[in-house]
Design a protein around this ligand. Structure first.
Ligand code: NDP
Ligand code: TDO
Length: 302
């Protein structure tokens, strides 16, 4: 029988962390998912001490400061969590000679490219969140050669706050105005978690497993307007009454943080080196909407 493996997962209460806990891990794997009280990612000393003491065989780091607009005025916390904690994880995992799987974002790109971004395209973030995540990537690359940085994008899931749950919360309005000039790849947290599980297990079991930066997003791309339209198309098909969705431009929806006009990610490297092929985002969305409908029907008075 294989020896027991302990994997530290940060951000266990988040979208990706929750889905990592739900993955079908082999029986000999134990996930350790500390909450904010048990491990404060804003303290790099606490992060280092926790990893050094934990007898872990790998670390997966989806924990992050993800409030994109709030980060503009809270740069210190965003950098502490997204950059300094990542640096502490990278240093500690290198010293322990264990792999680090770090999660990053499409918002490290400035959005000026017209096609999909490759892993080695230059990064040039245009908001504080993106800059803090870019600094986290840099620290991971410098800190531990045995790393995978998995960039993903536009994450949705049945739990937590995301664009899909926001649209459903606003669904009783007669109309919703949504930007149609920002393009990206909507991606289910459950699919990201599956990719992270496969990558982490390969890195633990095979010293020659591919390392470096990879992209993982669901297949296909759209705009936020396209995503909202598809959410309500599927909801209407399931019998719900839905608002009219109106396409607007970014200038008509001012926000504290700028967002890239195009952050479509190419996944070819992950398909090639890990054999992971993502499903279309519309199918992943269907599962999430069904799960949310199921939760609503359980909560509805009988
Ligand atoms: N959401 C998205 O659209 C995208 C996310 N990403 C990246 O994917 C990863 C996962 O994102 P997602 O699951 O959506 O994120 P969530 O915002 O859902 O979860 C973030 C997690 O980090 C934890 N966290 C934040 N600050 C601290 C802290 N100071 N100490 C301890 N824990 C903390 C949160 O804990 P608590 O519950 O206590 O707040 C939560 O568990 C992140 O690295 C993110 O940058 C990439 C692209 C898109
Ligand atoms: C709610 C709403 C948003 N919008 C716009 C604002 C913004 O340009 C876009 C997306 O809004 P959100 O604030 O929900 O999404 P945002 O926080 O920008 O999402 C990002 O989160 C971070 C963590 C990432 O890493 C990115 O990949 C991306 O998923 O939609 C509308 O046009 N109409 C609306 O009614």
């Amino acid at each position: 029988m294989a020896g027991r493996l302990r994997i530290l997962v940060t951000g266990g209460t988040g979208q990706v962390g929750t889905e990592l806990a739900r993955q079908a891990w082999p029986d000999h794997v134990e996930l350790i998912l500390p909450n904010r009280q048990e491990l404060d990612l804003a303290s790099s000393e606490a992060v280092r001490a926790y990893v050094m003491a934990g007898r872990f065989d790998a670390v997966i780091n989806p924990g992050a400061y993800t409030a994109v607009d709030k980060a503009e005025a809270d740069c210190t916390t965003a950098f502490a969590v997204n950059a300094m904690a990542a640096a502490a994880l990278a240093d500690a995992t290198r010293e322990l000679n264990i792999p680090l799987v770090h999660v990053s974002t499409d918002y490290v790109f400035n959005g000026s490219k017209s096609e999909g971004y490759q892993e080695d395209d230059p990064i040039n973030p245009i908001n504080v969140y993106g800059a803090s995540k870019a600094a986290g990537e840099h620290a991971v690359r410098l800190g531990n050669p045995r790393h995978v940085i998995l960039r993903t994008a536009w994450v949705f899931s049945p739990h937590g706050s995301n664009f899909v749950t926001t649209m459903l919360r606003l669904a009783d309005r007669p109309e919703l105005r949504v930007v149609s000039d920002q393009k990206g790849c909507p991606t289910a947290a459950s699919d990201i978690a599956e990719a992270l599980r496969i990558i982490a297990m390969r890195l633990i079991e095979d010293r020659d497993a591919p390392v470096g930066t990879f992209h993982f997003v669901n297949a296909g791309d759209t705009t936020w307007f396209g995503l909202a339209s598809e959410i309500f198309r599927q909801e209407r098909e399931a019998g719900s009454s839905v608002p009219e969705v109106i396409a607007i431009s970014t200038t008509d929806y001012p926000t504290p943080a700028r967002r890239p006009a195009n952050s479509v990610l190419s996944v070819a490297r992950l398909v090639d080196q890990y054999g992971i092929s993502p499903r279309p985002w519309q199918l992943a969305l269907k599962d999430t909407l069904a799960a949310l409908r199921n939760e609503r029907s359980k909560g509805a008075p009988s």
